[in-house]
Write a protein that binds this ligand. Structure first.
Ligand SMILES: NC(=O)c1ccc[n+]([C@@H]2O[C@H](COP(=O)([O-])OP(=O)(O)OC[C@H]3O[C@@H](n4cnc5c(N)ncnc54)[C@H](OP(=O)(O)O)[C@@H]3O)[C@@H](O)[C@H]2O)c1
Length: 283
């Protein structure tokens, strides 16, 4: 059995600990929270482990997951390093999407193998998270000496680990933000513009929902350049100019920025003259 400490038994910490516990290859050692009530609730959910709220009582373990909020990771790593609790050669990792393994530098300085492993998953509710986690991609970066243990751990909890390039965490997280958050921003932009056509909310939701789902499926299946249709892909600068006449100043700025990026995507199919006309219509 491989021992695993959980520092931060919140939504992610208790969900992943429960998956590890259920897998049968890991033994949950300490479960550390700020409050005793939280630690006890986490242990009850996991079904194993020692509820702790004093870091000095954390037992040694082969793996330590630091699942505290992002802004606390560096301070917790410094605290654990000062207490000298984690054995040299053991593995410590955090689960932040944006932060690098370097947040754990004080532990690395003591010979602990440090990494970050970010599951691209939402742990809003631990019971639902445990039920739905299988197949989740987990981005891994940091000290290569920690990778074998963390790849094995990710597989044991049903995840699929993949490696990020050194220094790749910011680009990784920016890509997730564009794919997830900005897709929602695009939806909101389209809904606002549809309201200007007098389309009621329910009709707009169905109209845009069907189109967005099918377009995303095409883009994923064919690749973005091949999936592109519409006035920019056809080199129709007149229609683009007509669209701009009905947009608010803020929506027009977004429309033009996205339009120029779309011209770049369509460029291999467009003549130089069509690209120039579109560029002028979008400037
Ligand atoms: N939630 C998600 O969907 C998700 C997805 C991917 C990655 N992550 C990452 O997972 C990490 C944890 O996020 P979360 O959403 O699980 O947070 P959370 O639900 O707020 O839980 C945080 C836990 O950390 C404990 N904690 C805070 N400061 C501590 C300290 N100084 N010492 C010991 N324990 C401390 C809290 O204890 P108390 O309850 O006693 O305050 C709580 O149990 C973050 O790095 C986050 O970016 C989260």
């Amino acid at each position: 059995m491989i021992t695993l400490n959980i520092v931060g038994g919140g939504r992610l910490g208790r969900s992943l600990a429960r998956l590890a516990q259920d897998g049968g290859r890991y033994r949950i050692a300490g479960v550390l929270c700020r409050s005793p009530a939280s630690a006890q609730a986490a242990v009850a959910f996991i079904g194993a482990g020692q509820a702790l709220c004093d870091a000095a009582q954390l037992p040694p373990a082969a793996l330590t997951l630091i699942a505290v909020p992002d802004g606390e990771i560096a301070a917790v790593a410094a605290q654990l390093a000062a207490l000298d609790l984690l054995p040299a050669g053991s593995v410590a990792f955090h689960a932040s999407g944006a932060g690098e393994a370097a947040l754990l530098a004080p532990l690395a300085a003591r010979g602990v193998r440090c990494a970050s492993l970010h599951p691209a998953f939402s742990f809003a509710d631990p019971a639902r998270a445990v039920a739905g986690f299988a197949g989740t991609r987990c981005a891994l970066e940091g000290d290569a000496a920690a990778f074998p243990a963390l790849q094995a751990w990710a597989a044991a909890i049903g995840g699929q680990a993949f490696l990020l390039a050194p220094g790749g965490k910011a680009a990784y997280h920016a890509a997730l933000s564009v794919a997830s958050n900005y897709l929602v921003t695009l939806h909101a932009l389209a809904a606002r513009i549809a309201a200007g056509a007098g389309i009621d909310e329910a009709t707009a939701a169905a109209l845009l929902g069907d189109l967005m789902r099918k377009t995303l499926e095409n883009s994923l299946a064919l690749g973005p350049a091949a999936a592109l249709t519409g006035p920019v892909a056809r080199g129709d600068a007149g229609t683009v100019a007509m669209h701009r006449q009905v947009l608010s100043a803020a929506d027009d700025a977004l429309y033009c920025a996205l339009g120029r990026a779309t011209v770049d995507l369509a460029a291999p199919r467009l003549t130089a003259a069509a690209q120039a006309a579109l560029g002028a219509a979008l400037s």
